[in-house]
Design a protein around this ligand. Sequence first.
Ligand SMILES: [Zn+2]
Length: 296
Amino acid sequence: MSVTRRIPQQGFPGNITFSESIGFLARPGKGDELDAVFFVTAHEAGHQWWGNMLMPGKGLGGNILSEGMANFSAWMLTRECRGDEAAQHVLREWENTYANARSADSERPLVRTSGTRPGDTSVTYDKGGWVFVMLMDHMGRDAMLAGLQDFIVQYRDGPDFPLLQDFVRVMRTHATDLAAFDAFTTQWFERVVLPEFKVRDGVVTGPRGEPPMWTTTARIENAGSGQVTVDVAVEGEKVGDDPADRVLTSVTLGSDGDPSAHATIEVHTPFAPVRTVVDPDTRCLQLRRKLAEWKP
Ligand SMILES: [Zn+2]
């Protein structure tokens, strides 16, 4: 009897080396701090899949399948073990690093990132991780995980080593809305876009009626680039440890200079509004997040 089954390539347990520059001397994170010990360990463990079981090709963007996906995996574990707030904190840290490290003039799309240009490290790790998180938000968790598993199964035994274009092609077979998937992957993988949101001309009126209602109107603007649908929250006063009351709406905005770069919101709230904030749940990579809000 002949045995034709191939032995799959596997990720075996290995040592995770902590250098003194990252992880080794870090204290466990407190409160709002990023927990470097937890995160670095999770990232390195993620390489059992991304970089080990799945060995990317040596072409442009290939390393993002290793480092960006290890970051994505560590982010998934952070959200599972530490909750949504900690996971959003990780994204805001990556966003800050990327905004400060990127070289806007020479940055290339993810599929063309060589790793040799200024800012490429952050593009590979931080923007890469962010875009994979946004892709999951876009496709849905089940489709994303099914696609990732399919991708590893297709490539783990070779003979070819995949690049980001192969990743996008396999993930596409798990997408339900192909036009939306193509629009998303084109701008985030094949172009360089970065939204920057502003809240302008905010006005609050009220209270009126019984029960009393307040109305917030404002113009939400994308002063950066990219076509995105983003949440906008009108929030009430935060009392104690409870989350502030809020009412969500969403807007779809095009790039700066486009007629669709701004939209008007009108939000009715049963509480006195104290803040209007774009992307309150940290779902869209952007520049100058701290300025994407307005207080009456
Ligand atoms: Zn790594």
